[in-house]
Design a protein around this ligand. Structure first.
Ligand SMILES: Nc1ncnc2c1ncn2[C@@H]1O[C@H](COP(=O)(O)OP(=O)(O)OP(=O)(O)O)[C@@H](O)[C@H]1O
Length: 234
């Protein structure tokens, strides 16, 4: 079976700044992969390159069987790959429910509808008509995940979804990510909180200086946590 996402020796730039250096990475259907590494190694740039927000100049990206010649955000979504961006980017003048509908704009059919999102996140139903940005940080993150699910993706790229959130919210999100993955959606989790990574991921790719430099299995164990922390310690 084709990988959902395959980056093969990708080089990416912001202007003349060369950020990704021959980076290779694969996510298969249903897989839960963590992309880890210190601040500034280029994790967000991996996402930005898939979306066309950083310039791809060398190497290849495949989304399933599709060769991504000109990356654009809507092209990724059409092929079932959606992003929960760092900072969430909830649209300020839209309600919670309107923000959810935005996620469905790509028109992919599948199990996720507004009522299904409300079953996953009852708090979003309670606050359906509130402006999205009036929610707490944790609730906004739930909204960002719900909005991504509305595109009925085969793979969700989560860019630091727990940044700045209280441990109790992180626990809730870990549970949600596991429920979403159990239903068959693959995850690529960019995360600094390794205790979340060991609860959600089954494999890690560690980055340094714009390339993947190590890969391995992840288990919900102390040994795995220790192993992962070595890749992010400054
Ligand atoms: N728009 C931009 N223009 C130029 N350089 C950028 C731009 N965005 C990021 N960079 C640089 O690219 C490098 C990689 O940044 P990136 O955000 O991908 O790292 P990261 O691993 O996601 O780190 P963090 O955990 O801090 O988000 C950094 O040196 C950063 O300063």
């Amino acid at each position: 079976m084709n990988a959902l996402l395959k980056l093969d020796r990708v080089n990416a730039f912001y202007g003349s700044a060369h950020i990704l250096h021959n980076l290779s990475l694969t996510v298969k259907p249903g897989e839960r992969v963590a992309l880890v590494g210190r601040n500034g190694v280029g994790k967000t740039t991996v996402v930005n390159t898939i979306l066309g927000l950083a310039a791809l100049r060398g190497g290849q990206i495949h989304l399933g069987a599709h060769h991504l010649a000109r990356p654009r955000p809507y092209v990724a979504a059409q092929h079932g790959i959606v992003v929960v961006p760092q900072g969430r980017r909830i649209v300020a003048n839209l309600s919670v429910e309107e923000n959810l509908h935005l996620g469905a704009a790509v028109g992919r059919k599948g199990p996720w509808t507004v009522p299904e999102i409300y079953k996953l996140f009852p708090i979003l139903q309670e606050r359906a008509h509130t402006p999205g940005t009036a929610l707490s940080g944790g609730q906004q993150q739930m909204l960002a995940v719900g909005r991504a699910l509305m595109a009925n993706p085969s793979l969700i790229l989560l860019d630091e979804p727990t940044e700045g959130l209280a441990p109790v919210i992180v626990d809730q999100l870990a549970d949600i990510f596991n429920r979403v993955a159990a239903q068959g959606t693959a995850l690529l989790l960019i995360e600094q909180n390794m205790s979340l990574v060991v609860r959600v991921a089954e494999r890690y790719c560690a980055m340094a200086k714009g390339a993947v430099v190590a890969e391995g299995p992840v288990e919900n164990s102390r040994a795995s946590l220790h192993d992962l922390e070595a890749h992010v310690m400054v």
